[in-house]
Design a protein around this ligand. Sequence first.
Ligand SMILES: C[S@@+](CC[C@H](N)C(=O)[O-])C[C@H]1O[C@@H](n2cnc3c(N)ncnc32)[C@H](O)[C@@H]1O
Length: 279
Amino acid sequence: MSQPQSWTPIADNRARPGNRVPPFAPSSAELGVYAKYVGRVRENPSLPPRALILGSTPELRDLTISAGLEAHALDISPEMLVKFSALMEHAGSELDKRHLGDWRATEFPAGYFGLVFGDGSLMSLASREDNETVVGRCARSLSPGGYLVARNSCFVSDYDGYRDASALVGDYRAGKLTWNDLFMELRFFVFKDQAYNPANFQYDAGVTFRRIDELQAAGLLPDGEYKRINEFRNSIINTVYPEAEFVSMVGRHGFRLEETFHDGPELFFRHFFMLAFAR
Ligand SMILES: C[S@@+](CC[C@H](N)C(=O)[O-])C[C@H]1O[C@@H](n2cnc3c(N)ncnc32)[C@H](O)[C@@H]1O
């Protein structure tokens, strides 16, 4: 198992209410998809009325609690857990359960949950091996008939992104792209050849942010945009699967794909989207 990757250094920025917007937080349509699976669990008496949230995502914990289910947030970072909890409407409710721990090593009883939510979580793991470990743990702690719902970045066959920084910044300056798309294109496509290893699906965010520094030093990126991009800076290794590989990896752990959902209209929704699986 690799070293755990920490989000603690950027907890303040991540938890700023103005930063709880897509792609960093789920959109309202994406919350609707999460809510649909909460509803399915609530209406099925054979499923435990409990959700495991991989991380501290406040919107998902509120959604779950307001439907009367226990929301079990599991996060390795005490700062993220505290700061994201402070954003919740239902913080401190008896259904608000918090666990400090590593998704790869935390045991829950078999079949304890009716639902697992992972909002940008699996892609935050550093390797395919870690993804297999966490999805395996999710399968064991989910009751048969329960659901795993993830919002994840995957490479898809019908979208390839910008590879040319000048063309990207030009389209952004011409008002053809939002700041969110500027960020996500820089993060996942412009430097893909240098930062992504297609053999193991590892995407090195540190490389990406260093290339972004170079763009700014060369005068290509406006200072205001550079400053905002740096609010989300990290140096983790992401695992970004091609979509079909991700679906078959999850499938090997006993899950069946129920649906995918892409919100719109921004470009990032093409490659950062929801996948819901049933066990
Ligand atoms: C789920 S992700 C992405 C952000 C999230 N979508 C949000 O709402 O902002 C980041 C969270 O996962 C936590 N995390 C990352 N790796 C972890 C691990 N192996 N075990 C437990 N928590 C982890 C981080 O501390 C952080 O709070």
